[in-house]
Design a protein around this ligand. Structure first.
Ligand SMILES: N[C@@H](CCC(=O)N[C@@H](CS)C(=O)NCC(=O)O)C(=O)O
Length: 226
C-alpha cells in the first residue's frame, strides 16, 4: 500500500488539484475513487463535509484542496510549489484566494443560471471583468510567464488549472467569453494544458459536459426521491 492515499472523484476539479500536486511532486500514491452519489459509510469518518478530495499520509488526514496542496508542499518540499520570498508567497496566496472568492463564484453563477436569458449577459460580463482583473492586476504584473508568478510553476497555477480546463465548457454551455485584451491569460491557459502534471489529469470538453449532465441528473433524481 502506498504511504499516500487520495480519495477522489474522477470528474471533480477540486480533487484534480490534489492529483496534479501529487504528480508534480512525483510522489507514489494510491487514487481511491469515491462514488459521491453512493458514499461508503466509512467516508464520513475521514471527510467532515462528506466531500472529496481527502488526503491521508502518515496518520494525517487532510481535506480541502487548497489545504491539501499546501500540506503536500510542506511535507514534501522538493520540487517546491511555492516561491521562497515571503512577498511572492503572499502574492501566490492572494491569487489562490481570488480563485476561490471571485473567479469560481462568477463561473458557477454563470453556469447555474445559463438557462436564464436575462441573467446570462450580466453573468458573462461579470466573469469577463474577473478575467480582466486576473490579466491586468495579476498575470501582467508578474511578468511574461509562462506561469502565474513568472518562471516558477506554483500552487497558484494548480488552483486555477482544473477550472481553466473547463473554460471551453463555460463557453459552449453558457456563452462565456475570453476578453480580447487577455492575451497573457490565453498564453497561460495554453501553457497549463501542456504542463505534464496537468495534462495527465485532463479531460476533453465533451467529458466535462457529460459529467455535468450526469451530475445534474443524479441531483434531480435524489431530490425527487427525498
Ligand atoms: N472547497 C472544497 C470543495 C470540494 C467539493 O466541492 N467537492 C465536491 C465534488 S467536486 C464534493 O465532494 N461534493 C459532494 C457534496 O457536496 O456532497 C475543496 O476545495 O476541496
Amino acid at each position: 500500500m502506498s504511504a499516500i492515499q487520495l480519495y477522489s472523484f474522477a470528474a471533480c476539479p477540486y480533487a484534480q488539484r490534489a492529483h496534479i500536486a501529487l504528480l508534480e511532486k512525483q510522489l507514489d500514491f494510491e487514487l481511491i475513487e469515491i462514488d459521491l452519489f453512493n458514499r461508503p459509510e466509512w467516508f464520513a469518518a475521514i471527510s467532515p463535509y462528506g466531500k472529496v478530495p481527502v488526503l491521508r499520509h502518515a496518520g494525517v488526514t487532510v481535506h480541502e484542496s487548497s489545504i491539501i496542496n499546501q500540506y503536500l508542499d510542506e511535507a514534501f518540499p522538493q520540487p517546491a510549489l511555492m516561491p521562497e520570498p515571503p512577498a511572492l508567497r503572499a502574492q501566490a496566496r492572494i491569487w489562490m484566494d481570488y480563485c476561490e472568492t471571485r473567479f469560481l463564484p462568477a463561473a458557477h453563477k454563470l453556469m447555474s443560471e445559463a438557462g436564464d436569458p436575462e441573467q446570462r449577459a450580466a453573468n458573462v460580463e461579470k466573469l469577463s471583468e474577473v478575467l480582466r482583473h486576473i490579466e491586468h492586476a495579476g498575470l501582467r504584473i508578474s511578468g511574461s510567464g509562462p506561469w502565474f508568478l513568472g518562471q516558477q510553476f506554483s500552487l497558484t497555477d494548480i488552483q486555477f488549472a482544473p477550472f481553466l480546463e473547463r473554460f471551453d465548457m463555460y463557453v459552449q454551455l453558457a456563452g462565456a467569453v475570453l476578453p480580447e485584451d487577455c492575451s497573457r491569460l490565453h498564453d497561460w491557459m495554453t501553457a497549463l494544458q501542456k504542463r505534464p502534471g496537468v495534462a495527465a489529469t485532463a479531460h476533453k470538453t465533451g467529458y466535462h459536459i457529460e459529467a455535468r449532465r450526469q451530475m445534474l441528473e443524479r441531483i434531480a433524481a435524489k431530490r425527487a426521491a427525498a
